[in-house]
Design a protein around this ligand. Structure first.
Ligand SMILES: NC(=O)c1ccc[n+]([C@@H]2O[C@H](COP(=O)([O-])OP(=O)(O)OC[C@H]3O[C@@H](n4cnc5c(N)ncnc54)[C@H](O)[C@@H]3O)[C@@H](O)[C@H]2O)c1
Length: 350
């Protein structure tokens, strides 16, 4: 991201900016660029303005003073919007994030339509574009059995329509970049980031789609034992939202290598270890809150990602970025934060 205009800060557009990651990103941009002109596009299908208010509070940047358009990214005339806003960078995070949505037409319409037009509008003006893809693009690659990190080229056989929608975005990206290179001899600044399992402050309004760390903490806050599928050895790459925001911003920087990258912690944490770290952070003991294991239903087993771990080698090479938050430490501090903030009023939302 390089400021091009004579304002006191960059002009930045964040789609999905009222969601969990998006609101944390907007607040960070406000903190790092106090004079920034911040634009958010969000149709609020899984979020609320309240995320933005709370994220700005947490970041200590004062009230949000930017612009919010309640539009759906798949229905926008991107040429017109990009021309009008003239951003220095675009972060495209808007997506249907409910992985249990089974209506394939709705998922593809919401997540993929309009993406090519956004790439055309930004590339034509040399505006960096960073978009959120997902570890769901991997499905169950061979690395799962061996329990080794997923290299970027192992993706493409997603287990659900959500993962497929993200895969299609990446395919559009690759196709567009190839065409653009053939026509102009230059590579468009487009970076796709496959977020792994993101956790951290600001995800409460995701409901059943919030992280396992959040779900377990809520159970314990309600006085119940944390519940996990037996035997708790299922493991994921758990990445703190602060790292996700840092890497997403890094993707917009001048000099990075455009392409698709993994964005995880690079480490693997079993669900049993997630429960232990969150419980510890909340100041609770194992004897009071032992894990209550139950059998995974058969219909879930077939599509379940039993193991994910990001191979972060290319991310380090192409974006000069590597994770800063150790997942266990991050989970402990998140548990602490959830326990501390449980009694404080949140901003009321719909
Ligand atoms: N949180 C994770 O663990 C995770 C993992 C992998 C990928 N991602 C990706 O990261 C991005 C942010 O996810 P999140 O966790 O913050 O979820 P979220 O649901 O909180 O945020 C998504 C935001 O996009 C908005 N939105 C959805 N469809 C839209 C559309 N067509 N037009 C405009 N706005 C729309 C929603 O209202 C919401 O504010 C998404 O693209 C998601 O697929 C997240």
């Amino acid at each position: 991201m390089n400021q091009t205009k004579e304002t006191t800060g960059p002009t930045v557009l964040v789609t999905g900016g009222c969601g969990f990651v998006g609101s944390n990103l907007v607040a960070r941009l406000a903190a790092e660029h106090p004079g920034a002109d911040l634009f958010v596009i969000d149709d609020f299908r899984s979020s609320s303005f309240a995320n933005l208010v709370e994220a700005c509070d947490r970041a200590g940047v004062g009230p949000f003073t930017g612009t919010v358009h309640g539009w759906s990214t798949n229905e926008i005339d991107w040429e017109e919007v990009i021309e009008a806003i003239s951003p220095d960078a675009v972060f495209h995070l808007a997506a249907i994030t409910d992985t249990t949505v089974m209506d394939e037409r709705i998922m593809l319409e919401g997540n993929v339509e309009g993406f090519r037009d956004l790439m055309i509008a930004t590339a034509g003006r040399e505006i960096p574009l960073v978009y959120a893809s997902s570890a769901a693009t991997y499905g169950t690659p061979p690395q799962t059995g061996a329990r080794v990190p997923f290299p970027v080229d192992a993706a493409g056989r997603p287990n659900n329509i959500y993962g497929f929608s993200k895969w299609l975005m990446e395919c559009e990206h690759r196709r567009f970049a190839r065409e653009w290179e053939q026509q102009s001899g230059t590579t468009p600044h487009i970076v796709g980031l496959r977020y792994f399992n993101v956790f951290g402050p600001g995800e409460a309004r995701k409901g059943k789609m919030a992280s396992i760390a959040y779900q377990l903490a809520q159970q314990m806050l309600a006085g119940k034992r944390p519940r996990l599928f037996a035997d708790g050895s299922q493991a994921r790459d758990q990445v703190h939202v602060d790292d996700v925001v840092s890497c997403t911003i890094a993707g917009s920087m001048h000099g990075v290598r455009p392409g698709v990258y993994n964005l995880g912690s690079g480490q693997v944490t079993s669900f049993a270890d997630v429960a232990a770290a969150v419980r510890e952070g909340m100041g609770l003991s194992e004897s009071e809150f032992p894990v209550d294991y139950f059998e995974m239903p058969e219909h879930i087993r077939a599509f379940y990602q039993d193991f994910t771990q990001a191979d972060m080698t290319l991310t380090q090479d192409g974006l000069s970025w590597s994770p800063g938050v150790d997942p266990i430490e991050g989970l402990r501090s998140y548990g602490r934060w959830l326990a501390d903030s449980a009694d404080q009023p949140a901003v009321a939302s719909a």
